[in-house]
Every structure is written in structure tokens, then in C-alpha cells.
Design a protein around this ligand. Sequence first.
Ligand SMILES: [Zn+2]
Ligand SMILES: [Zn+2]
Length: 90
Amino acid sequence: MENTGKTEEQVKSRVCKRCKTSYNPSSNDASSCRFHPSFFVCRRHDDQKRYYELGPDDPPYAAKFYDCCGAEDPEALGCTTSFHISYDDN
Ligand SMILES: [Zn+2]
Ligand SMILES: [Zn+2]
């Protein structure tokens, strides 16, 4: 009494482990995935690279930004595009 029914007719959408968006593997191209290659960090900006002014009431660690491009909005669109990466890929 084995159930060998396979349902591989449907294209399974996958979830990108980088941007957490579900995508269709057949339409995955080099500009599908928008992401930040670095993490969103909470620390002082590196004065060597760029200087960001803090408000008069902000503590020096108030700066939160993406380490890669300096975007200060966590919702900011990724500064880099590439293929989506599924959890199955290695
Ligand atoms: Zn970035
Ligand atoms: Zn992605």
C-alpha cells in the first residue's frame, strides 16, 4: 500500500535565503535578487569613509546603516543585484 503519486508538474516556487522572497526558478536572472551584501549595523559610521551628522540628542551610536552602501533605512532597496539563492543550492 504505497503512495507513489508524484506531483512534479507544478513548478515549485522557492524562497530566496538572501532576500526571503519567493521566486520562480525559471525566471531567476542576474537582476532578480536585490540585496545588501553587508549587514545592517548599528554603530558609528566610519569617519574615514563618510561622515554622517547626528542630531544634537542622538548618542554617538545612533547611526544605523548598511555597511555596504551606507543606506540608513533598513527598508532601503538593495544596492546589489544577483541571482536568487535557494536553500537547496550550495
Ligand atoms: Zn547596500
Ligand atoms: Zn533573492
